[in-house]
Design a binder for this molecule. Structure first.
Ligand SMILES: CC(C)(COP(=O)(O)OP(=O)(O)OC[C@H]1O[C@@H](n2cnc3c(N)ncnc32)[C@H](O)[C@@H]1OP(=O)(O)O)[C@@H](O)C(=O)NCCC(=O)NCCS
Length: 323
């Protein structure tokens, strides 16, 4: 049986740091942001595009895997802030990496994007079609943020990358559970710039190209669907929460993560977070936290990692990984 395992990881964020006090002018505060969201600062691009961040993270992951760009068969890039509407951002990254043997395409699932992309990559590897797949989650939400609104506090820019390779050993991804509920599409959206509302002077002047978020709906949905999805994957695979070494979640807000952990009886020390330094990097969150966790911890064969994400759509899912 072929499975897919994590052979290398990398992450990259712009050097420019924006601290919470920056948002005092739009009616927010360091105290509110840290207490409610767990954020101290975030990285904001000063001209680097999503593909620039994705390229840097991707190159680091390829090096970490002891491979070269020529060894990559497929690049899947999860983003909601591609450099252009066409071609895909993955094409920009393939060109920058000179990964000339790689097929490349984007996946659009916003904050669940990296998990959906990883699940796709794993299917290609398990089927025997590809051996080395580069999954990247990258976003520059600074480019779709209205900096005069106080909800500008939520997001940062960043990218994380994972090289997944084939193995016949007893390790790798055990299972994914993915869900979508498109009836939630209005609760987090970028209304203009697509075929429904093409870009015009009006869409620009009315702020239609900035993200719009219903924070209460995001909170309510996240704390409902994520714990259920964690319980679903554990019970389907006859595992218990005590067997989990770490939960590597998407990073929406510290309060959401605390409530999720409480609902599934997981001690919060096992929940990896880095929102204090990066805020929510959307597609970047899971591969960035994975890269940091792998670089800073020792693992033994058989250790179990749990991944969980929820995002616009709604989209959500979990994955179980055996070291
Ligand atoms: C944003 C969130 C903290 C707001 O809390 P809420 O109770 O649902 O919403 P409210 O609008 O009633 O705000 C509650 C209080 O916070 C304050 N507040 C909301 N946003 C704020 C901000 N950015 N800065 C400072 N204060 C803020 C409000 O003024 C209000 O204060 P008050 O009680 O003194 O009037 C909460 O909905 C949340 O965490 N949502 C999840 C959003 C998320 O994770 N998004 C990222 C993933 S897509």
């Amino acid at each position: 049986m072929i499975n897919a395992y994590i052979k290398g990881t990398g992450s990259y964020a712009p050097k420019n740091i924006v601290k919470n006090d920056f948002f005092e002018s739009v009616g927010s505060s360091d105290k509110w942001i840290f207490e409610n969201l767990g954020i101290k600062e975030r990285r904001i691009s000063t001209g680097e595009t999503t593909s620039d961040l994705a390229y840097e993270a991707g190159l680091l992951a390829i090096k970490d895997a002891n491979l070269s760009p020529n060894d990559i068969d497929l690049i899947i890039l999860a983003t909601a802030t591609a450099d252009r509407l066409a071609p895909s951002c993955a094409c920009f990254v393939q060109d920058k990496l000179k990964a000339t043997n790689a097929v490349a395409f984007d996946i659009s699932a916003v904050c669940s994007g990296a998990l959906f992309a990883t699940s796709t990559a794993v299917q290609y590897i398990k089927s025997g079609m590809y051996k080395n797949v580069l999954v990247i989650g990258a976003d520059t939400f600074s480019t779709i943020t209205d900096w005069t609104r106080r909800d500008a506090v939520f997001f940062g820019d960043g990218a994380g990358a994972i090289v997944l390779s084939d193995t016949t050993e007893d390790k790798g991804f055990i299972d994914f559970i993915l869900h979508t509920d498109g009836s939630g599409k209005e609760h987090f959206t970028i209304p203009a710039g697509g075929s429904e509302k093409p870009a015009t002077a009006d869409t620009t002047n009315s702020g239609g190209h900035y993200f719009q978020m219903n924070g209460q709906e995001v909170y309510k949905t996240a704390i409902d669907v994520v714990p259920k999805c964690i319980e679903e994957i554990l019970s389907k695979n006859k595992r218990t929460v005590d067997e989990i070494k770490f939960l590597l979640p998407h990073q929406p807000s510290i309060k959401i993560l605390q409530e999720v952990a409480k609902r599934v009886d997981l001690p919060f020390e096992k929940v990896k977070t880095n929102m204090d330094r990066y805020a929510n990097t959307s597609g970047g969150t899971i591969p960035i936290i994975l890269d940091e966790t792998l670089k800073n911890n020792q693992f033994e064969n058989g250790d179990l990692l749990l991944f969980a994400a929820v995002g616009a759509g709604w989209t959500w899912g979990t994955a179980l990984y055996k070291w």
